[in-house]
Design a protein around this ligand. Sequence first.
Ligand code: SF4
Length: 385
Amino acid sequence: MSQPSPRSGTDRCPGVFSTHAAADGAVARIRLPGGRIRPDQLEKLAQAAAEHGDGYLELTARGNLQLRGIGDVEAVAEVVVAAGLAPSSSHDMVRNIEVSALTGRIGGVADGWPLADRLDERLRVDDAAAELSGRFLFGIDDGRGDVLRRGPDVCALLHDGEGDTLRADIVVGGAPLGSATGLDAIVSALLEVAHAVLEIAPGAWRIADLSDEQRGDLELRIRATLGPVIGGAIPDPGDPIVGWFDQDDGQVLLGAVVELGRLPARLGEFVAAVGAPIIVTPDREIILCDLDEGVAETVVRVLAPMGLIFDANSPWARVSCCVGAPGCAKSHAPVREDLLEYVDGGVEIDTREHWVGCDRGCGAPSEPHVRVEADPQGGYRTQRR
Ligand code: SF4
């Protein structure tokens, strides 16, 4: 039975057509299913950030891109639509799909991209799914555990096969409820979970908002549609995807991070000029794929001095932050300035840290990390999360 909605008011997650008003202007979030963006699309966004925003593309904790300090919201929306980055205005905010970033290129038990494409296609024409909250997250994990560990609301944990033989466990709010076989059946199972959540708890932001009774109803309903759970061990977390990596097909993949998790527009244009497929990860990494060795060497030589960091030992591979003051009126501190000073002091950071200006904790990683939170007295307190 439907319960009253805990999701009061409007969805404040920004999108392209519904921006968020911050102290430093509007914020638009461009959702990139699986974090993928074509070079021509990145080039247009970078130009829009320079022309209409604060001159940076922010990398978000869900592998999306964000423009901040926007004066002309409509001009940005036009650029995003023309670049093919918002193919459906009604579904712009619900295309939240995380995919194992290295899938199909390095390791993994199966290639997750065909499944991600099919899910995005079907999600965009699914009228009911347009009612999902902008926080509801679909995951596609190719068996390495990177996506599952971030706690998506519903996740396809791939096992083996491809196309009609692809097998996956369907994991809902962290619990494997059963399995499905074949691309379409797996996508149907993921969408069925979304539909069931909307019916059982239409106001829920995420699965975690469901009461025990609602959760029980959901699990009963979904289990009835699935085969037995396949199961198996999930590997330990991998290292940051920063540096030079050999792909299974012999090409090269480069992973990089940027200071404060924001890509200067000019550097974004240079990244786009490489002409390679680009993936943005929830760890705020920028991955350039399918490079020849010679091209990869040139990319490192040219882009490293411009600010793209290919060193996995850099603090920026493990530390992130919210915008803080003055961009956010709620902040107790100029978080970015303070973090820059901290990192410039030569610290070594070996666990993930996230710095925030208040207890809302925006942009926090979903994995375990240390939160460094500004307090009203002008200091910072730390807490393991
Ligand atoms: S965590 Fe607080 S200070 Fe930082 S962006 Fe969010 S609301 Fe603003």
